[in-house]
Write a protein that binds this ligand. Structure first.
Ligand code: URA
Length: 247
């Protein structure tokens, strides 16, 4: 009996290790998508057009925004992109050089890793929404300043109010701390499910914090990858989606 329990435990440990080792590099067959169809990955409630129009209106204001000093240095503002009907939204910190040049979020090295994570979860990148706390690049990728966060965060809140996702994933300490209004380190904010309200009377949205993909690139260890994968499995559970199987 004891041997059986130990065997089961070992199998679980090895399986978890293999999954987290493989999820960023291998080829995944997203069974949740195939089995459940698109309806499970984006909302189908007939409000798509309304949401797209509302997001376009916010985007226009972001493009013309001169709310803080960052507008003077930007090549392009980075409004955010993805499905207006997303059930899942990822929020990063601020655009980097590649994003500033292209006007699109998460397109550099960290962005490629984020796309792998999204696909490992069984989503197409365009089925989720990807945004940032700041819409313009801080010079030299310095940390966002409080006045910049305060002047910009309202756009993201508006986007979240329009999209009404079921789960928000904050990527890294800045996004997590800003949205949760917390000073706790990311290591303490991750690993649990929080709630976020875009407006004081708004419906609470489930909220999971994880490491920023840029951090993961700098610390590409089985342990760090395993933790991110654990967080993403939690997110899939919150959405009622299965964890995709490795092909
Ligand atoms: N890092 C971020 O936080 N956001 C981006 O869009 C790109 C890199």
């Amino acid at each position: 009996m004891e041997a059986e329990v130990e065997r089961t435990r070992l199998l679980r440990v090895v399986r978890g290790q293999l999954e987290s080792e493989l999820f960023l590099g291998g080829k995944w067959l997203p069974i949740s998508g195939e089995a459940g169809g698109e309806v499970l990955r984006v909302k189908k409630d007939g409000k798509s057009k309304q949401r797209q129009e509302a997001l376009a209106e916010i985007a226009e204001r972001v493009r013309n925004c001169c709310g803080c000093g960052l507008h003077k240095m930007r090549t392009k503002s980075v409004v955010g992109e993805g499905s207006a009907d997303a059930r899942l939204v990822f929020v990063g910190e601020a655009p980097g050089a590649d994003e500033d040049a292209s006007g699109r979020p998460f397109v550099g090295r960290a962005g490629k890793l984020l796309t792998s994570i999204i696909e490992a979860m069984g989503f197409k990148r365009e089925e989720v929404f990807i945004g940032n706390i700041l819409k313009c690049r801080p010079p030299g990728n310095r940390n966002p300043q409080m006045d910049e966060i305060d002047s910009c965060r309202g756009f993201l809140y508006e986007q979240l109010e329009v999209i009404e996702p079921e789960v928000i994933v904050a990527l890294g300490a800045y996004a997590a701390q800003t949205l949760l209004e917390s000073n706790l380190p990311i290591g303490e904010l991750r690993g649990k499910v929080h709630e976020f309200c875009a407006t004081p009377m708004g419906k609470p949205i489930k909220f999971v914090a994880t490491y920023h993909p840029a951090y993961l690139l700098r610390n590409y260890t089985p342990d760090a990858r395993g933790r991110v994968w654990q967080d993403m499995q939690k997110v899939l559970g919150l959405l009622g989606l299965e964890v995709p199987r490795k092909k």
